[in-house]
Design a protein around this ligand. Structure first.
Ligand code: PLP
Length: 394
């Protein structure tokens, strides 16, 4: 053995990495595979992606689009994304200066946080929140300031929101339609956010990956509100709209001063997203309006299978207006907490869910909740409903 003076020093992960746990959602997927259950935990479809997009990916690989794309995204895909924002929302997007194609919206979000936020800056986060935002804050050194969305309709209290802003606030993260609640933020709520961002000089980072999965209300891009385009980072991806969660192609839309920063972070984190899949994304973004209308129709049908089955089995449900999740209250089952109940569901009933505590910074706030996803074939949802009927509410 070497007698080098440093050999005594113990090996460990960084303090950053030690300050968050592995993803509960993805852990549930692994547990589900071990127990052979039905996975209503992680939000990935168990039905095929559209053939035209898959064919386009194959064609791109055959055409030898197999080397690095431009780091901030293939020109063809950036043009298609810009055109799409113009067609759907009438927004003017400069594909040369304002877009950064990333490895899914997951990387777009962390690149945006690292590119916009300095250690010690405060970032406002609505709670319950998509679990990635916690580690994203830690990785960027941000101090999260939580603002509660109040049950049963996940209402935003304007005074509580205003109280979360101060001169240390650098950014706010919004996710609409929302995971896990299914809330779709109204124009009035978004205007309150916009007014505070403008008052305090704050950047809004808005995750809009469920923009086309809507049952009630309308999706309003935060960047489309007066005075917000120049202070908003809009995050989106192919994952949910085109059922391509494994492709890892997403993007950030931001004014040049912010996209320059995000591009640099993105370049050194990943260099770029998969080149042939970016070409196939051009085909996806060119789909006609009917595709998006049908997407919501199909998800509404799936929601309307799962919701009554859950109510029947003894859950109290928060009916989602968008996205593809249902938050439920599990009080009637008499378990000590969400984690023991979720374990029982996987091991004894054969259905995987996500414990509610993974959406709250204080686990006790989610201890009476679990989240189901319904981005599954109707027969998968019916099979899950049959299994859940074996539960015994008290
Ligand atoms: N943002 C939200 C709100 C999500 O629910 C998810 C996935 O479930 C993601 C981001 C991850 O998206 P992507 O596959 O584009 O990284």
């Amino acid at each position: 053995m070497s007698s080098h003076p440093f050999t005594e020093r113990s090996i460990s992960g960084s303090k950053k990495a030690e300050s968050f746990t592995e993803s509960v959602i993805r852990e549930m997927t692994r547990l589900c595979q071990i127990h052979g259950g039905i996975n209503l935990a992680q939000g990935f479809p168990d039905f095929p992606a559209p053939d035209e997009i898959k064919e386009a990916a194959v064609a791109a690989i055959r055409a030898d689009v197999n080397q690095y794309a431009i780091t901030w995204g293939a020109k063809s895909l950036r043009d298609a994304i810009a055109e799409n924002y113009n067609r759907v929302y009438g927004m003017d997007v400069d594909p040369e200066r304002e877009l950064v194609v990333c490895c899914g919206s997951t990387e777009a979000m962390v690149s945006a946080m690292l590119g916009v936020v300095d250690p010690g800056d405060e970032v406002v986060v609505f709670e319950p929140f998509y679990e990635n935002y916690g580690p994203d804050a830690i990785l960027s050194g941000a101090v999260p300031r939580y603002v509660t969305l109040h049950e049963p309709d996940w209402r935003l209290d304007p005074d509580e929101l205003a109280a979360a802003f101060n001169d240390r606030t650098r950014a706010i993260i919004i996710n609409t339609p929302n995971n896990p609640t299914g809330k779709v933020f109204t124009r009035e709520e978004l205007s309150q956010v916009a007014a505070l961002c403008q008052k305090w000089g704050v950047v809004a980072i808005t995750d809009e990956i469920y923009e086309h999965i809507l049952y009630e209300g309308e999706h309003i891009p935060l960047a489309s509100l007066d005075g917000m385009r120049e202070r908003t980072v809009t995050i989106n991806s192919l994952s949910k709209t085109y059922s391509l969660t494994g492709w890892r192609v997403g993007w950030a839309l931001a004014p040049p001063v912010l996209s320059d920063a995000i591009r640099k972070v993105h370049d050194f984190l990943t260099v770029g997203a998969a080149a042939p899949l970016q070409e196939a994304g051009v085909v996806a973004l060119g789909f006609p309006d009917e595709y998006y209308r049908q997407l919501s129709v199909d998800y509404r049908a799936r929601r309307d299978i799962l919701l009554p089955a859950l109510e029947e089995a003894g859950f109290s449900c928060y009916k989602p207006n968008g996205a593809y999740y249902v938050m439920t209250d599990i009080s009637r089952f008499g378990f000590p907490d969400d984690v023991s109940f979720s374990r029982h569901l996987i091991e004894k009933i054969g259905v995987a869910v996500v414990p509610g505590s993974s959406f709250y910074h204080r686990p006790e706030d989610g201890a009476r909740k679990v989240r189901f996803t319904f981005c599954k074939r109707e027969e998968t949802l019916r099979a899950a409903a049959d299994k859940l009927a074996a539960l015994k509410p008290s």
